[in-house]
Design a protein around this ligand. Structure first.
Ligand SMILES: Nc1ncnc2c1ncn2[C@@H]1O[C@H](COP(=O)(O)OP(=O)(O)OP(=O)(O)O)[C@@H](O)[C@H]1O
Ligand SMILES: [Mg+2]
Length: 378
């Protein structure tokens, strides 16, 4: 969910549209450095064809070009929602005020007069790239906030409503109910409070993690131990459904990660496997070492996941939750937390699933290695 700029693109892409071959070559060579990727065309028509495909991070646009000219290109890019947010800097040999004003009116963010001054060009490009990336980061943050509030509004409302109505009925009619009815209402009260507490707990953990408030303390961890600990935790539920739990674990494999976070990850993955597997099914955990990583594979032969839901499993805005095979309820935030925690530990999490056949979650974590006297690359 949280792609950082560094991860998303290695270098910003700058697009140049300029009809003078000398200027184009000079700009291309000047900008194609360690810092940027550059794409260049010699007329407005090609610019309009290529920009929506490439979606560059910034455009340097000549005004005086054969049809369509830079003003028209700018106008069309501004009218297309896909390209509207890309900053455009006009390149102009003229310095007439009217041209510059028209450029700004059409939505350009800046202009550079030709022949360009290298230092000035770079300073302007960097300023506008920074602005663009901050705008994008803010947008993402806002979207996360929106999602957070929508979860509170929609998902906390139901268990709270359940709590309130059970409490109200008990309060008003306690004496009128027989023992059986009282017990049922108290059970409802308990179930709703449990669901409410679980949702609140996950929501708070997720929000603290989003704000960077959860400290990451990586250490050497014995993966087999953590898996066995968690198998113990789900043993009771698995037993109730007659589900066989088995494990093939590398004994001497250690990961370099935060123990509490990794514990949470496997607790959820294992409880999911048991929750979404029918009576008499199987859950198998395997670990294996692949180069400098350790892979933990949790497979079940349960109900599987609809292929349409797979891309949304780890997204908070579409957080998906279904009841388990014995009607177990969940918050739908478990996998979101898993992904967040695994990625914080430089790991990855992947899922393969076939409806009706089963699901396999593969988590990969950095292997602890006794290199550099035990120092780890963190
Ligand atoms: N092993 C699995 N087999 C089938 N479906 C799964 C499996 N793991 C997850 N899912 C699907 O993904 C959804 C989201 O899982 P996640 O762990 O995020 O939430 P949850 O289990 O519903 O709630 P919580 O983890 O808070 O109890 C589940 O509700 C289920 O629909
Ligand atoms: Mg879960």
């Amino acid at each position: 969910m949280n792609e950082t700029r560094g991860k998303k693109k290695d270098k910003p892409l700058i697009f140049i549209a300029e009809d003078s071959p000398e200027s184009l070559k000079a700009l291309y060579q000047f900008l194609k450095t360690e810092e940027y990727r550059v794409s260049a065309v010699g007329n407005g028509k090609q610019a309009l064809e290529m920009i929506p495909e490439l979606l560059p991070d910034l455009i340097l646009l000549d005004i005086m070009m054969p049809e369509p000219d830079g003003f028209t290109v700018c106008e069309q890019l501004q009218n297309d929602p896909a390209t509207r947010e890309i900053p455009i800097i006009f390149l102009t040999a003229r310095t007439e005020k009217a041209d510059i004003v028209k450029g700004f009116e059409l939505g350009a963010v800046d202009y550079i007069t030709k022949p360009f001054n290298g230092a000035e060009l770079l300073a302007r490009i960097d300023t506008h790239l920074e602005l663009k990336f901050s705008r994008e980061a803010l947008k993402e943050l806002n979207a996360t906030k929106d999602k957070f509030f929508s979860i509170i509004a929609h998902d906390l409302k139901n268990p709270l409503q359940g709590l309130l109505s059970a409490a109200e009925v008990l309060n008003s009619y306690y004496d009128a109910f027989n023992e059986e009815k009282k017990k049922e209402l108290i059970r409802r009260f308990y179930n709703s409070s449990q669901q409410f507490a679980a949702l609140l707990k996950n929501l708070l953990t997720w929000s603290m993690s989003q704000q960077g408030k959860i400290k990451l303390t990586p250490q050497k961890i014995a993966i087999a131990e953590i898996i066995e600990e968690n198998l113990d935790l789900v043993k009771e539920n698995a037993g109730k459904k007659n589900i066989t739990l088995s494990a093939e674990l590398e004994r001497n494999a250690f990961a370099w990660a935060d123990k509490d976070m990794i514990r949470t990850v496997f607790r959820n993955l294992l409880s999911n496997a048991v929750k979404f597997t029918n009576r008499g099914g199987e859950v198998i955990v395997k670990t294996r070492i692949v180069e400098n990583r350790i892979e933990i594979i949790i497979g079940d032969n349960g109900v599987g996941i609809d292929p349409e839901d797979i891309p949304n499993l780890f997204k908070v805005d579409t957080h998906i939750t279904t009841k388990g095979t014995a009607g177990e309820k969940g918050t739908g935030l478990g996998l979101i937390l898993c992904k967040e925690f695994v990625e914080k530990n430089n790991g990855t999490i992947d899922v393969v699933s076939t409806p009706g056949k089963g699901t396999t979650f593969t988590t990969s974590l950095p292997l602890y290695q006794l290199i550099n006297h035990g120092a780890q690359p963190h």
